[in-house]
Design a protein around this ligand. Sequence first.
Ligand code: PMP
Length: 400
Amino acid sequence: MNKADFPILNETVHGRPLVYLDNAATSQKPQQVLDAIVEAYSRWNSNIHRGVHHLSQVATSKHEGARQAVADFINARSADEIVFTKGTTDSLNALAFSFGEAFIHEGDEIIVSGLEHHSNIVPWQMLCERKKAVLRHIPLREDLSLNLEAFKGLLSEKTKLVSVAHVSNVLGTIQPVEEIIRLAHARKIPVCIDGAQSVPHMRVDVQALDCDFLVFSGHKMYAPTGIGVLYGKREWLEQIPPHEGGGEMIDHVRWSGTTYNELPYKFEAGTPNFVGSYALHKAIEYIESIGWEAIEAHERELTEYCEKRLRELEGVNVYGAGHKKAGVISFNIAAIHPFDVGTLLDQQGVAVRTGHHCAEPLIDTMGVPGTVRVSFGLYNDKEDVDAFIEALQRAQRMLT
Ligand code: PMP
C-alpha cells in the first residue's frame, strides 16, 4: 500500500533492500510530508502569533490550521483543547506537572498499568515523590491482559487520576480502555490515554471514548519528530496551571506578577514547532486520503498473517498471541538472546527492535531478557513479512 510515497523504502541496508519493521519506534515519512517541511522553510518561515507582517500571518494560519486538523482528526470538541508538544513523553511530563500542581496532595494515588512505557511511569513517579503521593499499577493476568477485577479493587477515594496505554508498545495488544474509563468515571476520576501506539493505527475519537486526556507523537504517524499532542477536555485544562513559563503563554507580565494566556496557549511557552505542526497536518491528510477503514483492514491482515507465520516456526514464542493487536508483535526464539536475532536480521536488511522497549516492568513480569519486536506501518506488505520470516529462519539456523 503506497510504498512508492516513502523514498526511504528504496534504500538498501548492508547491500539488501530495506525491510522496515520498526514502526512502533518511529514511522517513515511520505513525500507529501517531506515536501511540507521544505515548503515551510522555503516559502513562509516566520515566527508566528507576534507578527503583523505577511509571512508571520501565513505561518500563524498554518499552525492554527494544523490545530484544527488535529482536533477534527481525534474529534475533539474544540481546537482549544489541542496543545502542541514535542511528543508523547513531553505531553505526559507536562500533564504530570500541571495536573499534579492542581490536584495531587500527600497520600493521593495515581493508577497506571503493568504494561506501560517508561514515559507513562516515570513522570508519575517523579510527581509522587514531589507530592508524597502513591503510584499504583493494574496487575497483569497470566496471559498478559490487564486484570480489571484488580483494577476495581485499586480504585478508591484516594485515586486522583488513571493513566493507561491504549495499545501496548511491547505486545501490540489493544487495552480495554473503554471499560477502564467507565469504571474510573463512575467514581469521577479522570483518565489519560497514552495513544502513542493507537493513534497511528486506528480511528481514536476522544468524545466517543470520553477520555479526559489523550497524548500522542507525530513521528509515529508519518509526521516529523519534535511534534506531539496533549489533548485535554477544556474543563480540565482550564483548572490546571502551566508547566512552563515564557513568551506566548502569558497575558500580561508585570513585576507584581503574571497573568496567563487563554487555552491552549497557556501551555505553549516559547516559539512552537510550527513547521512540525504543519507537517503533522499533512500526515493527517495523508492518512485520511487512504482512509481508516483501508488502513485498519490492511494492518490487521498483515499482523494476523505475520503472527500465523511466526507461530508455525519451531521454538518461536509469540507474546500475547491470539489477542486483538494493532500492528505490533513481540516474540522470542527459545534459548536465543533477542539481541542476536536482531543483529542477524539487520545484516539481511530487516529492521526490527530488540530489548525491553522502554517497558522494563512489563519485561520483568514476562521473565525474559527482552523481546524481538516487529511493527507495521501502512506501507508494509506481505512481501515484507515473507522477507522477514525468511531472514528469521536463516538467523535461526545460524544460531542453533
Ligand atoms: N508511550 C508509548 C506507548 C510508546 O510506544 C512511546 C514510544 N515508544 C512513548 C510513550 C514515548 O513516545 P515519544 O518517545 O515519542 O515521546
